[in-house]
Design a protein around this ligand. Sequence first.
Ligand code: SF4
Ligand code: SF4
Length: 472
Amino acid sequence: MSHSGDPKQRTPQAILRDVMSLCADCDTCRTMMEEDCAFFIELYRLWDQEQEEKKPITEAQLRYLAELCTLCGLCPCPKIPMDVMEAKSRYIEQEGMPFATRMLNDVPRMARLCGTFPRLLKILQSNSVLGPLLRKVMRIHPDRELPSFPKENFFQWAEQKGLNRRPEGSPRVTYFAGCTAGYLFPEVARGAVEILLHNGIPVHVPPQQCCGMPFLVEGDRERTLELAGANLKQLLQAAHAGDDLVYSCPTCGFFLKRLLRERAYYSDAYQQSVDAAEGELKVPAPEKGENQFWILKKNMYHRTLQDDGFFSSIEPMDRILLSDRLMDFGFYLTRLHAVGRLATDFVPLPERMVYFAPCHLREQKMGRPYLDLMKLIPELQIDPVGGEYDCCGMGGVFGYKEHFHQKSLDLGGPLMTKIRARNPQAIVTDCISCRLQFNHCLPYPVFHPLEILARAYGCESTARPHEPSRAD
Ligand code: SF4
Ligand code: SF4
């Protein structure tokens, strides 16, 4: 086991061996994550095998282990999955990115391709000879039905409406839609815009790229940093112009608000900005209250607490500013409601639904704002479903992959059982990856909370929903 040496020179195998030793010594996640994380199940299986049966862990087994972490964020130590991402990126630097992985994760590119060659999707879905062949090339499991791409994506709609130009007015919102609402389910993003306009809030949709999360999870460091840098520039421009910044995809939020700022607080720039004394390291302690810090002795922690993580090449104060200014859409609406500025002219929706708060929202530790908002809709019976560690198992697009498909269904099994027991008329969740998994596993329609709120406002977007699980 090698904890020493220049961290930038460590091999992916050394990083993963360190992760294994740390988690085996600690052992907390052996029982805590035994039903919820394929990575920990495999980690402890390999570890026990090596210790008890003296069978050394092979390089191929380590490589496969890294593949099993989808960066869902459920485990207690953020360092562990980020170390796994570091290992994955070093593998990719050595091996290159497989074409199939690059394609499957690049939603804008897939949208363009399927828009240009609509027959490609039809073949993938229905042709009995070419379909399996294409799926094989793209390593998509044969049982997975691919979502269709609508003819008009959200960004084209937004441009037609002139939302790509910053409007006058205050408060004003800059909206980050993300790829899945942008290209796969544009009714969600249109609903977001209509809700804001219904509340008299002007909206700006700036040029935006994929948040970068799918590329981070696959270990594509170069593309992740390129996308993060481009989005950061656009969003900070909007922040400096005084806009409120909101996102409707919890995975984009988890990436842009939580992961990007990882370790930025240890930077010299941040330490100077909070007037840390000589020999001190000040680390924000929100658990103690607003503007509170943990004060650490530099001579004890300075070697380990440095801004040397995955995103350290991006200006730390920019990463912190973005994190501070960016808000979950539901959180933003509850804030408006708290100051009496949210329109509550909802029409009754006499339906029985369940709401699932996805992992990446839970990990942002802001409660369940959409649940509180939907409770304002007359006659809607909306109940939470799923516990602290319940996960749909999809892991972004991992559930589509041949080797992860069954694991994905196994991980999501307990949550599906809980939902079936409620037999709801519809499922509501803000994660579109969860939505795709629910579409695959359950017979109930699935909506984003923004679609429900837009419907209760009588907005136009909900009048022409796009059916996601059928090829156009
Ligand atoms: S992730 Fe953290 S809590 Fe879980 S086993 Fe590893 S070190 Fe322990
Ligand atoms: S981030 Fe999720 S998948 Fe990765 S180790 Fe933690 S719990 Fe497992």
